[in-house]
Write a protein that binds this ligand. Sequence first.
Ligand code: ADP
Ligand code: MG
Length: 373
Amino acid sequence: MTSIKLAPGATIGIIGGGQLGKMMAQSALRMGYKVAVLDPSADAPASATGHTFINAEFGDLESLKSLCEMSDVVTYEFENIDARILHTLVGDYHVPQGAETVLTLQNRETEKEAISASGAKIVPYEKVASAEDVRRFMDAHGAPVIVKTATGGYDGKGQYLLETAADIDRAGIPFDETAFVAEKYISLEREVSLTIARSVSGQVIYFPLQENLHKDQVLYRTIVPSRVDYTEKAQEEAAKIMDALHFVGAFTIEFFIDTDGTLYVNEIAPRPHNSGHYSIEACNISQFDAHILSILDHPMPKVHLHQNAVMMNLLGEDLDRLDNELFTHPDWHIHIYGKPARKPARKMGHVTVLTGNLENTLDALSRDFTKET
Ligand code: ADP
Ligand code: MG
C-alpha cells in the first residue's frame, strides 16, 4: 500500500458509526481532519460526530462509494464488510488496511488457519458441520467443547458450550444454517490482550498487556497492566502473526492463559478493541489516535502508560441503576456512547479509572457501580 501522508483538512471516511467509529472520529477531529461516517442506524453514536453522515446499510455499495468519493482515506470500525464490496472499495479508493487481512479474520476457520500457520499457538479446533463431527472432536480432545459460528459472532453470541456428549444434541446447533468451528474448552487462568498499531510504512507500537475479565462471555473489566507478566511471550506471538498477516492500523490480539500457564492466541480484532479503551486517559497515545496516525502513515511515539488503570464496561443494565450516580466520582472518566436504545446487555459506555491502588479501585467499582456485594 502506498503511503499518502494527508495533512489536516483532508477527509477520513469511517465505515461504521458505533462507539469505535465515534472514538476514531474524535481522534481524527482533534488532529484537524474532517470526518465522514456511514452507518445503517440513523442515530448511531457517531452520526453527529463528523462533518458528514451517510445513513446506509453496510451492503449498499453505491452509498459506500459515495463515502469513499468524499474521503481522502477510508477506514472501518465494522469488520464484517462483504468481501466483494471490500475488494471493490480497496481497488478503487485509498483504503490503507486493504482487504486480505480483514477477510481472513472475518471467518473463525480461516482466522485459526492463518494464526496456526504463522506458528503462534492456538487451542485445538476443527470445522464441524454436524453433531457427529462434534462428537468425533469431543472423543479426540475430551470435554468440554465450545462450538462457535464461523462468521458474525461477537460478545459470545453464536457460541454453544458443551459440557458432556449429551449436550451435543440438546444444544440444537443449527448446522444447516451456517458454518461452525469446534474448539477445546480450556480451563482458563486468565485472559489477556495485546493492542498494537502498525503504520502503512511498518512502524509498530505495542500497548501494555491488558488483563481482561469476562462475564457471560462479554468483556466486563480490563486491568492494565496485566497482573501476570506475559508481555514478552505475547509480543513474540504477535511478531509471528505480523509476519504472516499484513496489518495497518490499530488491532488487538486476544489470548487465553490456561491453568498450566500456556499462552494461546484466541482471536484477533483488526480494528480498535474494547480492551484498549483505557488508553484514552491512561497512555500518552490512545489506540484511536494510533489508528488514525497509522492509516495516515504519520510517526507514532513509543507507548507510555501514565498510570495503572481499570476500564469497566457500562451495559444497559448498569445504566438503569446508575442514572443518578454516574458522576459521583469526578476523578473517574465516564464515556457514554449515545446509543439510541438501551438494552440490558448492550455496551452503552465505559468508565476508566486511573489508580495507584488496584484493589481499592476494584472494590469501589464493585461497590458503587456494579453493586456486586
Ligand atoms: P467473541 O468473538 O464473542 O469475543 P471469543 O472466542 O473471544 O468470542 O469468546 C468469548 C469468550 O468466551 C472468551 O473471551 C472466553 O472468556 C470464553 N471462551 C471462548 N472460547 C473458549 C475456550 N476455548 N476455552 C475457554 N473459554 C473460552
Ligand atoms: Mg473475543
